[in-house]
Design a protein around this ligand. Sequence first.
Ligand code: MRU
Length: 358
Amino acid sequence: MPSSIDLSRLPRTVALERQQGRSVLRYVDQRFLPGELREVVTADWREVVDAIKVLGVRGAPAIGVAGAAACALWAADPTTSMENFAQELEVIASARPTAVNLRWAVERVVAAAEAAGAVEAARQGDREVLAQALFDQTQRIAREDEAANRAMGAFGAELLSPGTRLLTHCNAGSLATSFFGTALGVVYAAAQQGKIARVYADETRPLGQGARLTSWELAQAGVPVTLICDNMAASLMAAGKVDAVVVGADRITRNGDVANKIGTYGVAVLARHHGIPFYVAAPSSTVDLSLKEGSQIPIEQRGADEVLPQPIPGVQVWNPAFDVTPAELVTAIITERGVFAPADLAQAMGYITGEAGV
Ligand code: MRU
């Protein structure tokens, strides 16, 4: 089957660049999609933190790149002081708590700058060296992210048969990464091989990442897509219309438990009931080897207004942004290093089993 998908129609979500001699982050403000493809260019690290908080930039790998970029913008900002370095970098790293990629990226760029002596140089007054080191490391993370996505796509496509009807939840697409996507990276790689008959996109209450972003992104790329409400997935599966589920992740613990957008757990339960494989696609930067199991993952709680824009007196709202799918419901985890059973992931990522075991 010839492939007619066209990834050149997808925007690059986040890019740290030099424009007219200064460092800027260029990002797509995803709150305006699908109606408007609004690009924002900023040199202000606080603006980047705000964009992460309000989901202007969203998706675990994309907020990792944005967080690293915020560090580079911080260093290039003449109004910041090295006295506040640790404290203000913590403001960046904690902008959203569940996706480990954010803290991972901040720690990685700072560690690289420290190793190169750039933090010490900045303490001695040479801020330019620090700004350059953080800039270079951010661009490196972005390049590696795209390469990881393409590798994941190739591994994931091998798991799918021609004619696959795939269901996904939230947006783990190119929009959520530096390019290509994780779960949707698998879709694109499989579609290029003519294997994708259709993607069903869950709308993803309450913020509609599936309705606004995944359906738009897939349509842009030319992948056949059908949008469904979250509560239709069970009927769709019962009707025999789903061959595989592929989702992304915000954090995966040593035992293979997976935090992802709220509602993912329900999809995994449904998939198990209907005998449908449930795959998670995520780069190694999403694996948190410091945590043993999913109950240790901080789950972001968001405002009531996202669920109930018009408050009703006496009505409380519970709005966790993520849930944890237990490893036992996950068929396999697709990474840039290969495809692993959840129980084998930690070892594959280099975790050495200690006395307490994995
Ligand atoms: O709240 P969001 O939109 O940032 O949540 C995003 C998700 O849950 C994605 O599935 C996950 O970050 C993986 S993105 C490749």
